[in-house]
Design a protein around this ligand. Structure first.
Ligand code: BT5
Length: 314
């Protein structure tokens, strides 16, 4: 019912609709209408109510609306105004939510990076979302999901903004050498089979500035392009691409075209890199992105190593 009322208001933007009209249209009491309006307002919809006139919905530009995103993607989408972390939210609800469900939030109070690091998620300017996946793959294969997400985000950024997006293996997207997006893939399961995977993606879209430690290392699409970028368009494109690559992978069990994207867009390939493992630091040259999406490095000794995860700095 709530969705039906929302759709009605969306179709009547710029005008007031009285409670009585809605009551007749949907055959529910005015108290029920009032309660749905209250819920919609709590969900972040800007609804003005004026006595004797009724309700009016105003959609701000580039507002993320679950109803609209669901239509564009054909998947279940939830949009929160504020949340601790979209990854945490999916983890808490993994049992009840459908496969391929997507959760976005306008801000995150405890946005997470890898290894207990944090992800800056200020209100309204970015895209912070997580996807719940239940593929029939092994724990080892699940590593490829990060590469699939990175390829999708990098291509989507370039197609929507025209900015060159590079992938810093394994989970960062850079524009002009600065981090614009990060991916956090979390897996629940056993070595031979997984329960679910949560892929969380953060993109600095219209973030106006960065302070502190992020000042020199982070950037946003707005800062690089010099104009605002549509979060809606970027999200739909990135999610559609992700699912196209992901379905190809679960069908074929290979990365397919994603491998080429990881190679061509790599920010580390052919470069001297430092491999960080806890306290240990090793220097080597990034020589290959393998068909599995792993990074092959060659050390000064001539010894080579294939990394399936980890931390690399250029
Ligand atoms: C990541 O970790 O880059 C993964 C980030 C994933 C964020 C998404 S948002 C939706 C979903 N819900 C979550 O709670 N998380 C996911 P890592 O490689 O560990 O990088 C973390 C480091 O990036 C931090 O230590 C900072 O140095 C830097 N950083 C933090 N916030 C940033 C931002 N907004 N832009 C660029 N760099 C940032």
């Amino acid at each position: 019912m709530k969705e039906k009322i929302l759709e009605y208001l969306l179709n009547h933007q710029g005008e007031f609709t009285s409670g009585e009209v809605l009551r007749r249209e949907f055959g529910v009491s005015r108290t029920a209408i009032w309660k749905h309006m209250k819920t919609l307002k709590e969900e972040g919809y800007q609804i003005t109510s004026v006595p004797n006139k009724g309700y009016q919905l105003t959609i701000e530009e580039d507002r993320l609306l679950a109803y609209e995103l669901e239509k564009s993607l054909g998947k279940k989408v939830e949009v929160h105004q504020s949340i601790d972390s979209t990854n945490n939210h999916l983890k808490r609800n993994a049992r009840d939510y459908p496969d391929e469900m997507i959760v976005l939030s306008e801000e995150q109070k405890k946005g997470r990076g890898r290894l207990g690091r944090s992800w800056d998620s200020p209100k309204g300017a970015g895209l912070f979302f997580s996807m719940l996946l239940r593929p029939r793959i092994t724990m080892e294969e699940s590593f490829k999901i990060t590469g699939i997400a990175a390829a999708a985000v990098a291509e989507a950024i370039e197609e929507v903004t025209g900015l060159p997006a590079r992938i810093k293996w394994p989970n960062d997207i850079l524009v002009q050498g600065k981090k614009v997006s990060g991916i956090l893939t979390e897996v629940s399961g056993e070595p031979d089979g997984i329960n679910y995977i949560i892929v969380g993606i953060g993109i600095n879209v219209n973030t106006p500035n960065f302070t502190g430690e992020l000042k020199d290392r982070a950037t946003s699409l707005y800062l690089e392009k010099g104009e605002k970028v549509s979060r809606k368009e970027l999200f739909v494109r990135a999610a559609n691409k992700f699912f196209r690559f992901y379905h190809g992978f679960t069908r074929e069990k290979t990365l397919g075209e994603v491998h080429g994207i990881l190679e061509n867009r790599s920010a580390v390939l052919g470069k001297e890199v430092i491999i960080l493992r806890g306290e240990e630091k090793k220097q080597g040259k990034a020589v290959e992105i393998t068909k599995e999406g792993f990074l092959k490095v060659r050390y000064e000794s001539g010894e080579e190593e294939v990394l399936s995860s980890g931390e690399v700095s250029v």
